[in-house]
Design a protein. Structure first.
Length: 185
């Protein structure tokens, strides 16, 4: 794909912005995806890095706190159109899988805290989000997820390994089917 086509796809996806710390039009570091789940075979899975950070509501969350459970880790930002579009899907799958060994954690990436809090008030996801304004959590997953692929979703298995990923807004059936498959392994 040529650079100009990639830029057009990015702008059409709605992930270009102009606020401090957010991508500018023409910023080719941001990656658009199709939202399809890529599942990794159990023998090919890499351990997820240790992730911990402050939440938007003033708490702290870590992957280690969910050891032995499947964790859906979603990278999002309030300025990202596809993130807004996928928010109801994430919320619904979270509600349907809660109490079955599946936990959801959001990672608010390169955002203003006030904008992120407004997004959460509107969407009411029902699970915590790490406030990752500098992008440190995203960088920890470099090699698995391009640090600027927003939105992105990872499914981490019970052993703490990256079992699946989606770059771009996820679809309900893809997310539910993959979460269920990884949970039932």
């Amino acid at each position: 794909m040529s650079l100009s086509l990639a830029l057009v796809a990015l702008l059409a996806a709605g992930c270009a912005g102009n606020q401090s710390g957010q991508p500018e039009a023409g910023d080719t570091r941001f990656v658009a995806g199709d939202g399809k789940m890529q599942v990794f075979a159990a023998g090919e899975r890499k351990p997820a890095p240790a992730v911990e950070g402050p939440t938007l509501d003033g708490g702290t969350v870590s992957l280690a706190a969910h050891k032995g459970k499947v964790v859906v880790l979603n990278f999002w930002a309030s300025w990202c159109g596809p993130c807004r579009a996928e928010a109801p899907v994430l919320k619904e799958v979270s509600v349907k899988t809660k109490g079955t060994g599946v936990e959801f954690v959001g990672v608010d990436f390169k955002d203003r805290q006030a904008d992120a809090l407004a997004f959460e008030r509107t969407e009411q996801p029902g699970y915590p989000s790490i406030f990752d304004q500098p992008g440190k959590v995203a960088l920890a997953f470099q090699g698995t997820v391009p640090p600027a692929a927003i939105p992105s979703t990872l499914i981490i298995d019970k052993q703490g390994r990256i079992a699946a990923r989606a770059l771009g807004a996820v679809k309900y059936t893809d997310l539910m089917d993959t979460v269920t498959k990884v949970r039932d392994e």
